[in-house]
Design a protein around this ligand. Structure first.
Ligand code: NAD
Length: 471
């Protein structure tokens, strides 16, 4: 089966329509959910050295069924209106599935950030932010950007500073953007959030006996073999949490090649080796796979593509041997691959919710900004005092003492990082169960991705129906 050339937004619409058939919503409501509510394409001049460059940029608000809208900002030469619209739509569905009360949005600046100095990048980012301010396309109650491809904490700090300068005295201004450094109102736990969310989502699937039986796998994550593509933020943290839970990461792929070890790889050691030698290859005790994409075709229980889109396609899908694919990256499977893997009964856990850890923790950051207090500040000490008291009473009554390590664990009061991880765990478990319930309720629903879309459509449509539509 060969892959067709779909526009990204077209393929989102295609998946939406496939799922909408399983719902009974008014066609008008479905149409309203599908379309992008506001598309802002802008061009602005920035002086770079002796020249004036005209920069092309976008901000798309896909849905206003809940406000603010939320979604990252990309810096990439691939940025175009269709891509930003598709990514904004996916944000609406992603937020709905994980019960984050935002509409979807996305932004992009068509530049190659590697071609600019830090000084010039700051000018471009600040100018983009002021364009958003002028059109009311940014603000804690209207639209809240975040990092995406090519942007990070640094850019978010520039956006915040520009917004604050243009809104002096606005008490909730810090909530105008998320993914900020902790010193600027960011939240602890954002960095590992997506990889940890991927782990929690897959672990929940692995804990479902009826699903594991169908795949001829035992329940639980321990001893499962895992292949990870991409040792960046998401891949590194996914590998880390799987390894810590007792799974074996048997292969890791990077763009220059892949490595395999039956005994399992330690992501930090591989990361350090790559840092030192400049390549993932020749890792002590591991076999080299010079054709990096061969790693995707290795026999394993769980395959985690965490690098790029379209890496599993009509060409290589027939050779995939994994039983579960966890879509950590955005769009790693083409629609053709989806069909082939569906026929092969491979379980594809869809990106639309599996990589929602980042936006979930962004939501926690926004709440922190609006409440103006660090998570755990009010309750931590109280819990510790109470836990100490309870433990002391039990020890007195039983005449026995718990060991020091156990004591430390029991007495510990929740800090910001504990609460963020716990909120993320709850979110991913609930979303996985809700999607599975829909999938298992109707044998005609072909895959988990369609079930995830149905859940998203139901949530957004309910919101529209309850809000009422203006006459
Ligand atoms: P990243 O840039 O930190 O990591 C990507 C890694 O993939 C890099 O190490 C890169 O060298 C590697 N890579 C590139 N080409 C490759 C190839 N051909 N084969 C193997 N590896 C290759 O990016 P990230 O933040 O980890 O994001 C990865 C994916 O996850 C993207 O699709 C992104 O959209 C998605 N995602 C990220 C987040 C987040 O919070 N970072 C949230 C949701 C979705």
């Amino acid at each position: 089966m060969t892959d067709q050339n779909y526009s990204f937004f077209d393929s989102v619409i295609k998946s939406f329509d496939k799922a909408a058939k399983f719902t009974n919503w008014d066609p008008g409501i479905l149409e309203q959910i599908k379309v992008c509510n506001s598309v802002y394409k802008m061009k602005f001049p920035v002086r770079i050295g002796d020249n004036i460059e005209v920069i092309e940029a976008y901000r798309v608000q896909h849905s206003h069924h809940k406000t603010p809208c939320k979604g990252g900002i990309r810096f990439s030469m691939e940025v175009n209106q269709d891509e930003v619209m598709a990514l904004a739509a996916l944000m609406t569905y992603k937020c709905a599935i994980v019960n984050v009360p935002f509409g979807g949005a996305k932004g992009g600046i068509k530049i190659d950030p590697k071609q600019y100095s830090v000084f010039d990048l700051e000018k471009i980012t600040r100018r983009y932010t002021s364009e958003l301010v002028k059109k009311n396309f940014i603000g804690p109650g209207t639209d809240v950007p975040a990092p995406d491809y090519g942007t990070g904490e640094r850019e978010m700090a520039w956006i915040l500073d520009t917004y604050v300068a243009m809104h002096p005295g606005e008490v909730d201004a810090a909530g105008c953007v998320t993914g900020k450094p902790v010193s600027q109102g960011g939240v602890r736990g954002r960095k590992e959030a997506t990889g940890l969310g991927v782990f929690y989502g897959i672990r929940e699937v692995c804990n479902m006996p009826e699903i594991m039986q169908k795949l001829a796998l035992t329940t639980g994550v321990a001893d499962k073999t895992v292949v990870v593509q991409g040792l960046g933020n998401v891949g590194y943290h996914s590998a880390k949490f799987f390894r810590e839970a007792g799974a074996k990461v048997v292969a890791i792929a990077e763009w220059e090649g892949a490595i395999y070890s039956k005994e399992g790889l330690h992501e930090e050691e591989v990361f350090q080796h790559r840092k030192k030698t400049g390549s993932i290859l020749h890792f002590p005790g591991a076999e080299n796979l010079v054709m990096t994409n061969d790693a995707l075709e290795l026999p394993c229980d769980i395959l985690i593509p965490a690098a790029l889109e379209n890496v599993i396609n009509g060409h290589n899908a027939p050779r995939i041997k994994a039983k579960i694919i966890g879509e950590a990256a955005n769009g790693p499977l083409t629609p053709e691959a989806d069909i082939i893997l569906g026929n092969k009964k491979v379980l594809v856990v869809p990106d639309m919710y599996l990589n929602a850890g980042g936006v979930t923790v962004s939501y926690f950051e926004w709440l922190k900004n609006l409440s103006h207090v660090r998570y755990g500040r009010l309750g931590k000490r109280f819990s510790e005092n109470m836990n100490k008291h309870i433990l002391g009473t039990i020890e007195d009554l039983t005449g026995k003492k718990v060991n020091e390590a156990e004591k430390k664990f029991i007495e510990h009061g929740a800090d910001e990082i504990d609460l963020v991880h716990s909120g993320l765990e709850e979110t991913m478990i609930t979303a996985t169960r809700e999607i599975m319930d829909i999938w298992l309720s109707n044998p005609a629903i072909p895959d988990m991705r369609t079930a995830a879309y149905i859940l998203a459509i139901n949530k957004v449509a309910t919101s529209y129906a309850e809000l009422g539509i203006f006459p």
